[in-house]
Structure formats: C-alpha cells, structure tokens
Design a protein around this ligand. Sequence first.
Ligand code: KIV
Length: 263
Amino acid sequence: MILKKRISINKIKKKKKIVCLTAYTKPIAEIADKFADILLVGDSLGPVLYGFDSTREVDLKLMINHAKAVVRSTQNSLIVVDMPYGTYEFSREKAYDNAKQIIDSTGADAVKVEGGIEIINNIKFLIKKRINVMGHIGMLPQKMGKMETPKIYGKKDSEKKKINYDLQVLESSGVFAIVIEATSSKVVDEALKNIKIPTIGIGASNKCRGQILVTEDLLGLTTFNAKFLKKFTNLSKKINTALKKYSKEIKSGQFPDKTNMYK
Ligand code: KIV
C-alpha cells in the first residue's frame, strides 16, 4: 500500500485558495479527504452528531475519539482538532497538557482554539512548545449560551476594533491560519488588508483565502440554516426516499430476493 504524505502547513500557507471541511467520522472523512486541504474535527460534532444544545457540552475524550477515526481514515488533508470549551482558556500549562494529549493520542497535525487577545498568552505558550495552532475569531460558538441565536459579529465599533486587533495579535503569535466566523464582510475585508497568513471564512468574506462549512450542513443532512450556508445537495431527502423504499420492499416481500440470499 502506498501511503501519501499529508499536505504540510507550509504548503497550505502558500495556497491562494484553501478548501476546508469538517469531518467527524470515517465515512465522511474518507470522501472529504479527496477534496479538502484541511479537515477540521470541529466541536460542532456535539450539536450535529449528538444533539447537544451547545458545543460547550463536548469534552476532550469525545474529541479525541472522533479525531482518531478521522486521522485513521485519511492520508492527504491536514487534520485540525478543536480544543473543547474549558480545556485551554484558564491556564497555559493545562492548555498545553490537553493540546499535547490531543496531538499525541490522535496523530492530528494541529489544534484550533476560539478567541483572540484574551487567550493570547496560552496560544503563545502552545506555539513555543511546538504545537501547531489555528485561531478562531468573530462569532464564537463556545461563548454562546444554550440555544442562543448567533448574531453577526462586527456591527459594533468595539467589535470592528477587536477583529482588527485579534487578527494582528494572532498573526504575530505564530498561528498558521485563522477562522473568521459570521462577521460583517466589510469589516473583514478592511481588516484583511494587513494580514498575510491564511484566513478561513465561514460567513465572513470571499476575500478569505479559505472557506469552511460543516460538511453535514452543506450536504443537507441537518436542519441548520444561515445566510452563509449553501446546501450543495439534500441528502436527508435522498435518505428518506431510500429508507421508505427499504421499508416498502420488506413489507411487500420484494426484499430480500434470491440475489441477496446464500444458496
Ligand atoms: O466546530 C466547528 O465545526 C467549527 C467550524 C464551523 C469553523 O469551529
């Protein structure tokens, strides 16, 4: 078996357009690995796969188990794992222990953390200890309360200033890329003028070098809706049709037939 080498962070930094997707499981990761530069094992898996009310309910063990499945099922994309709420904000030593546990036990390439200046010392400590870090600013799901509707970030003057400042401090800290979520595109475009490292937009701007969506959302497997979400297909409808047919065929005796049975 020929094992292909994963794309490096240096190669990603040089790319004009960066394709990012989330992946939590083997079936999705195997397919997404053919198309993505970066696969994010996002803590959105809490609401998407487990029906949690918020990403805050996700813990380290859950992230590690899903990250192991994704790393095992892929060979091309760079694998980034979200650090769950409460595992990196409060102490730099704890942040390092948890990040190291994620990287060492899964074989993933990098971790992602939510926040800018307020966690910059912890981010710098991770980078000093040779952990690759992706930043995440703008609307931050881990900061939202249960069932809270996301608000577009960057409308207030204080938020405009914070986006600019956070991009700059994150870039100088050494993060290799920054996700910007649900933020006014005008504000992002202005702030990007001084930024050289890749930014990955989700409801941010088409001037970001990369884009990311939750794979289950773009496939139409979830009921999530937002202006930034384009549904590229409707898998829920397709699954519904297939399962209806399956049920009908069992009831009518059409399935299984002789092609599905052993002699
Ligand atoms: O958890 C996640 O999936 C994310 C992306 C939506 C950026 O953070």
